[in-house]
Design a protein around this ligand. Structure first.
Ligand SMILES: CC(C)(COP(=O)(O)OP(=O)(O)OC[C@H]1O[C@@H](n2cnc3c(N)ncnc32)[C@H](O)[C@@H]1OP(=O)(O)O)[C@@H](O)C(=O)NCCC(=O)NCCS
Length: 178
């Protein structure tokens, strides 16, 4: 089931068949250090996590923790996230990529379409993004997307995080403001 696609990527739910690809992302400490999480220890552990993501996707309203599949190879190279921020009625967008796929514009490409999807299909007025202040690669994605830096916040995950946001009205009419 495709949620949406871009020039190079298919955005779709994770499946348990992706456990090896999932492990290549979330078993890598250079990725998980930015998520304030421990790396996964095996594809088997990843299967269990994927099952949780599938269940949330099926039972929760407007919950997206999707695979970014590279059209050319069919490999799942990352996650695109569109979901509520913890404990508030506000939505965040996020991205995780396997390290060997950094530097190709995949996160920006997926997130650009993800913003349009949230504004049009979920009727959101504003989408936010949070990251550790020194995660300059992630902040660069936020800047490329045209998101505005709102300052630092301690509101989420008991951490100081940089907060960015973008309003629906700031996107071109054809993409999100028919
Ligand atoms: C954050 C993360 C997704 C950013 O990945 P990234 O590859 O730097 O970001 P993009 O996919 O948008 O790619 C941008 C880079 O690709 C380059 N690029 C190459 N081809 C491109 C294209 N066709 N279009 C756009 N950019 C392109 C850009 O110049 C840029 O390179 P630079 O880093 O040298 O400036 C990645 O570092 C990651 O997964 N980190 C670990 C998890 C994480 O921190 N997630 C965020 C938590 S808040």
């Amino acid at each position: 089931m495709t949620i949406f696609s871009t020039e190079r990527l298919i955005i779709r739910p994770w499946t348990t068949e992706d456990a090896d690809d999932f492990f290549r992302i979330y078993g890598d400490p250079d990725v998980t250090v930015w998520l304030n999480a421990e790396p996964k220890s095996s594809p088997v552990e990843c299967r269990d996590t994927i099952k949780i993501l599938i269940e949330r996707g099926e039972t929760m309203d407007r919950y997206g923790y999707w695979a970014m599949e590279l059209g050319e190879t069919r490999r799942a190279i990352g996650s695109l996230i569109l979901k509520r921020l913890p404990n508030v009625e506000r939505f965040e967008i996020g991205w995780h990529l396997a390290q060997d796929c950094w530097g190709n514009g995949f996160a920006t490409e997926a997130a650009q379409a993800g913003l349009a999807y949230g504004f049009t299909n979920w009727n959101l007025d504003c989408i936010e993004a949070i990251t550790l202040p020194h995660n300059l690669r992630s902040r660069a994605v936020m800047e490329r997307l045209g998101m505005t830096f709102q300052g630092f916040t301690n509101e989420f995950h008991n951490l100081e995080l940089a907060l960015y946001s973008i309003e629906r009205s700031s996107l071109p009419r054809s993409r999100a403001n028919p």
